[in-house]
Design a binder for this molecule. Structure first.
Ligand SMILES: [Zn+2]
Length: 306
């Protein structure tokens, strides 16, 4: 963990000049935040630069002294809700999308308290991930879609996107996240897919191979916001874990929960299958975090305490 912001200034300093900028630096020195990437190897370097790879999650801690304080953030135009971690701090999860532009990007943080609103700005260096290429051969009618199927797929894509709109104000999760099923990874997050010789969209989750009927566990406490049977993803479930964090479970042989139902961490919500467009029984496990597509395994390595 490091506690020095790499670059800090008020969002309003552009017109009040150098004095305010120096004042903000002074505030920053007594107002250090902590940013911890999901992968140990991505810890900031000696120069204090915060960094993370495409697909990773940054755990951001912001100290507060006011019991009435509230904290909000913005990263690449995506709103980052923060939650109260303890008496002295708020925490937020910042997702780096699999295709976010590499290089330095701004994380802006607003701290609202009785004394007013303070604005802070931090530079995050996004490091390019080297994604693999995966070649797949699938039945022609699952790749080259007729107009009727295309219409169905578009409607289903809208239904999926709609599921991510709900942003609960507080976390529904309870402590560390679990892996939903044990098995061999057969489709890596972010891999560039070439299907029947044609380049297609990158893989947005992890594929975990397991025998048909293997129970699929909820990775944490949450609410079922989608339980459907779609052309591509087959029988699928989306759980809302609060604060814009969603987990997806696709290609199931069986769905054992209903829309709107609350689930506990580790509860069996369905069974592994090969429904939809799948080459064999496996679980497609995906995570959406405030609009960013992140590596599911980034979630299981976050520094939750207890
Ligand atoms: Zn998949």
């Amino acid at each position: 963990m490091i506690s020095q912001p790499s670059r800090t200034q008020s969002s309003s300093s552009w017109y009040t000049g150098r004095k305010l900028f120096i004042l903000c630096l002074l505030i920053a020195s007594i107002f250090p935040i902590q940013i911890v990437p999901s992968a140990e190897r991505q810890r900031p370097g000696a120069d204090g630069q915060f960094s993370g790879k495409q697909g990773e999650i940054l755990w951001v801690e912001v100290p507060v002294s006011d019991s009435q304080a509230d904290v909000k953030g913005i990263f690449l135009k995506r709103k980052i809700p923060f939650f109260r971690l303890n008496e002295h701090a708020f925490a937020g999860l910042v997702g780096i999308d699999m295709e976010d532009p590499q290089g330095e990007q701004e994380l802006s943080v607003q701290v609202h308290s009785e004394g007013g609103t303070q604005h802070f700005s931090y530079a995050i260096l996004i490091i390019k991930e080297n994604y693999t290429i995966q070649e797949l051969t699938l039945p022609k009618n699952k790749v080259d879609l007729d107009s009727k199927t295309l219409k169905r797929v578009k409607a289903e894509q809208q239904e999926l996107a709609g599921a991510f709109h709900r942003i609960s104000d507080s976390p529904l999760w309870d402590g560390p996240f679990l892996e939903p099923v044990a098995g061999k990874i057969t489709g890596v997050f972010g891999s560039r897919r070439v299907i029947n010789g044609q380049p297609r969209r990158p893989h947005t989750g992890e594929d975990i191979a397991a025998p048909t009927g293997t129970p699929v566990l909820a990775i944490n406490t949450g609410t079922v916001v989608l339980a459907v049977d779609h052309f591509f993803s087959g029988k699928g479930i989306i759980l809302d874990h609060g604060l814009g964090l969603f987990s997806m479970y696709f290609h199931l042989s069986e769905i054992d929960v209903q829309h709107g139902q609350s689930v506990q961490k580790g509860e069996a919500i369905g069974k592994v299958g090969a429904s939809g467009r799948a080459t064999g029984p496996h679980l497609h496990w995906g995570i959406r975090l405030n609009g960013s597509r992140v590596n599911p395994f980034a979630l299981t390595s976050l520094p939750f305490k207890g």
